[in-house]
Design a protein around this ligand. Structure first.
Ligand SMILES: Cc1cc2nc3c(=O)[nH]c(=O)nc-3n(C[C@H](O)[C@H](O)[C@H](O)COP(=O)(O)O)c2cc1C
Length: 216
């Protein structure tokens, strides 16, 4: 005996990616723009760039509504900048209010003056923030570039990070020139991956709802 299934044939709502970032002097802002550009390349995605030191009520609502949030900040003194940290503390309201951000996709990026500069610590901070919210962390999924005799500074993921996207900006150079194109391409890949995973995850959850005994 066949059962009628009530199929929803409306155009699906766009997958929403929010890039929540801080930048003191504009360098990390360029990395944030590259992440956003990558996410925009995925059909059916809308992207919002949200500077975390200037969030109004509408921006907080956008974060609540996002399918994915990408956290980004410069590494200052070996961790995300104080402005980002202040934002991270404010997000505790979403956690205390019934884990509002649970099951959103999360990812992160950071930029600093030195090649290493202890950037990994900032990415770990972002991943912990995501874990505290019950979010699902997505890494860069790119092999480490510039790590063989045939590699070069132009390689994607030249700084060899897996947890998120890293960029390096010479301390004496303006944000018009750095981070270099190679690091912006890496950031773009992260944005594309986040939007792709967020879309896949949302479709899977929609299918699950459609097929679960409760919806029959
Ligand atoms: C207060 C402060 C602390 C910094 N600490 C680090 C650091 O720990 N490691 C590093 O490699 N660069 C460090 N830098 C350099 C910045 O990370 C670098 O200039 C970065 O490009 C700034 O990005 P922004 O323009 O988005 O603020 C520091 C800069 C400042 C102002």
């Amino acid at each position: 005996m066949s059962e009628a299934i009530d199929l929803d044939v409306r155009e699906p709502a766009p997958v929403r990616v929010a890039v929540a970032y801080h930048s003191g002097f504009g360098h990390t802002a360029r990395q944030a723009q590259a992440v956003a550009a990558g996410a925009c390349e995925v059909t059916g995605t809308t992207v919002e760039l949200l500077p975390v030191d200037r969030l109004d009520d509408a921006a907080w609502a956008s974060l609540d509504a996002a399918d994915a949030i990408v956290f980004g900040a410069p590494t200052y003194m070996g961790s995300p900048s104080a402005a980002f940290k202040s934002f991270a503390e404010e997000t505790s309201a979403a956690m205390q209010d019934g884990m509002r951000w649970q099951d959103k996709i999360a990812a992160g990026f950071t930029n600093s003056g030195a090649m290493s500069g202890d950037k990994l610590n900032s990415l770990v901070d972002f991943a912990l923030l995501a874990a505290q919210h019950g979010m699902l962390w997505v890494g860069l999924a790119q092999q480490a570039g510039w790590s063989s005799s045939t590699g070069s500074v132009e390689d994607l993921n030249r700084l060899g990070s897996w947890l998120g996207a890293m960029a390096q900006s010479d301390n004496d150079t303006s944000a018009e020139t750095v981070p270099p194109a190679t690091d912006l391409r890496t950031a773009r890949e992260l944005g594309r991956r986040v939007a792709t995973v967020a879309g896949t995850y949302r479709r899977a959850r929609a299918d699950e709802r459609l097929l679960s005994p409760v919806s029959r």
